[in-house]
Ligand binder design. Structure first.
Ligand SMILES: *Cc1c(COP(=O)(O)O)cnc(C)c1O
Length: 502
């Protein structure tokens, strides 16, 4: 068994083990977390419930552990993790803001979470009302006409949006082939375009980190279905020529897609609809506070301008003339993009979050997020300079390229060393167009004192780059897991179940 050096690891009781065993290594045949009492009710034979073709031939090899070992195992694992509840998590583009417990309280209410999605509309009017209210709020925030709440993540929202654009062009008898995407775009954008059946045309950024308008105009043509943009873009800068960009794309009959995964910079300040966008997806799990990471849960609603309303996925919660609610499917709907109505409890959390930030609360969220990012950018100007020296929006893209050329210390080393300081790392090597990029997104939820501690830690790391660069190249050493080979895990997959059966 591998052993890891570790200060923090040593403080976790491991009961004689050097590292936490896998759940399969804790397994003892025949052990259960709980046992159902035997009753005199005869069980229904499984074959009566599940068609024979779908029955397993052999029982699935699950770990067999008692409740005490199960809880101990997962509790110890949580102590090896960094989380938003533990401390600052400035992972750019991910908007890892602190999630108020109030929203969890709403989602934990059995009135919301004990309703089966297949319940008839007449018996869950409250849920339908919640969805109509949320759709209304999201449209007000983005300046759009209607929205679907079905997509369960940002990338799923992107695909939905592209299918909507395709349906719109097809309904106009218009076959188009290409989508324009700037080279600073989030990786999911080109992936979604390909899945949506379009080709990507990459638009270069200019030396100010913005879309090169002349290059974009030159790439436009009658075969362009639209353009996908993030504004502020992934370098954290606002596309100043957005109105001109929108006019040029609309002129050739194309549509504008807004990647609104992170609305943290623009809430209550500007609206994609007013900039000329036709489709916007939002990550409720980023901007509207739902714990996320590790693959879910999330919600990626898509809001659209008037011309796309009738293509939206259905069924949609709809308010009828008599004041009641029912499911309705738009006339030219692209169909379902989710088995049911979306990740409903994420929707409930988001509405709770929006409602507690009533009045100018959401605008303050954006103001504080932008202020925090700019404070950090300015505070670190002599240690890690900004990639583009101008005010940023909700995230600051800094570069470690000077540390690399002078001392051989890379952005990755700085990020890893920060873990030892008790902070989560920033996003590294994204956006791709910035050398040794370190993308900090402090969000509005961190205090000035926390930001100052973060800056002091980064200065300490930068000083080490001069005196002991080797030390940084082997960081982190005081965390439960030290420096890992990030590529090997992906290239040589070993599932824990296989490992346990070896
Ligand atoms: C996070 C993010 C996405 C993807 O969202 P998922 O919910 O992870 O699928 C897309 N675009 C941007 C700009 C993002 O930050």
């Amino acid at each position: 068994m591998t052993s890891y050096p570790g200060g923090r690891a040593a403080s976790i009781p491991l009961m004689g083990h050097e590292v936490e065993p896998t759940i399969f290594e804790l397994s003892v045949p025949g052990r259960h977390a709980f046992q159902l009492r035997t009753t005199n009710v005869a069980p229904v034979p499984l074959a009566d419930l599940v068609p024979a073709a779908h029955l397993r031939e052999a029982p699935v090899a699950l770990a067999e552990v008692n409740e005490r070992d199960l809880v101990g195992h997962f509790t110890r694992l949580t102590h090896r993790q960094f989380s938003v509840d533990l401390g600052a998590y400035p992972l750019g583009s991910c908007t890892m803001k602190y999630n108020p417990k109030f929203c969890d309280a709403v989602a934990n209410d059995p009135g919301w979470n004990s309703v089966h999605p297949g319940v008839p509309a007449a018996l869950c009017q409250g849920w339908l009302e919640l969805m109509v209210m949320l759709e209304h709020q999201l449209c007000a925030i983005t300046g759009m006409a209607a929205a679907t709440l079905q997509p369960s993540a940002g990338a799923a929202g992107e695909l939905t949006g592209l299918l909507l654009m395709r349906a719109y062009h097809q309904a106009n008898g218009d076959v188009r082939k290409r989508i324009l995407i700037p080279d600073s775009a989030h990786g999911t954008n080109p992936a979604s375009v390909t899945l949506g059946g379009y080709e990507v045309t990459t638009i270069p950024s200019n030396d100010r980190g913005l879309v090169d308008f002349a290059a974009m105009k030159a790439a436009l043509g009658p075969d362009v279905a639209g353009i996908m943009l993030t504004n502020p873009n992934t370098v954290g800068l606002f596309e100043e020529e957005i109105v001109e960009i929108a006019a040029a794309v609309h002129e050739v009959g194309g549509l504008l897609y807004y990647d609104g995964a992170n609305l943290n910079a623009i809430l209550g300040a500007v609206r994609p609809g007013d900039m000329g966008f036709d489709v916007v997806h939002m990550n409720l799990h980023k901007t509207f506070a739902t714990p996320h990471g590790g693959g879910g849960p999330g919600a990626g609603p898509v809001a659209v301008s008037q011309r796309l309303v009738e293509f939206l996925p259905g069924p949609k919660a709809t308010k009828l003339d008599d004041g009641s609610y029912d499911w309705r499917t738009p006339s030219q709907s692209i169909g379902r993009v989710h088995g049911w109505h979306g990740n409903a409890l994420v929707l409930a959390r988001a509405l709770a979050y929006i409602n507690v930030h009533g009045g100018d609360g959401l605008a303050k969220v954006a103001q504080h997020a932008v202020l925090n990012a700019n404070w950090l950018r300015h505070r670190l100007r002599d240690t890690l300079p900004a990639a583009y020296d101008r005010p940023c929006m909700h995230e600051a893209v800094l570069t470690a390229s000077a540390l690399k050329s002078r001392y051989g210390v890379r952005g990755l080393d700085v990020a890893k060393a920060l873990l030892e300081e008790g902070f989560h790392s920033p996003t590294v090597y994204f956006p791709l167009i910035v050398d040794e990029a370190l993308m900090f997104e402090p969000t509005e939820t961190e205090s000035l004192q926390t930001l100052e501690s973060l800056a002091v830690s980064i200065e300490k790391i930068a000083a080490l780059a001069i005196t002991d660069p080797k030390r940084l190249m082997h960081a982190p050493q005081t965390t439960p897991v030290s420096r890992v080979d990030e590529a090997r895990a992906a290239r040589q997959l070993v599932s824990t179940e296989d490992a346990a059966n070896r």
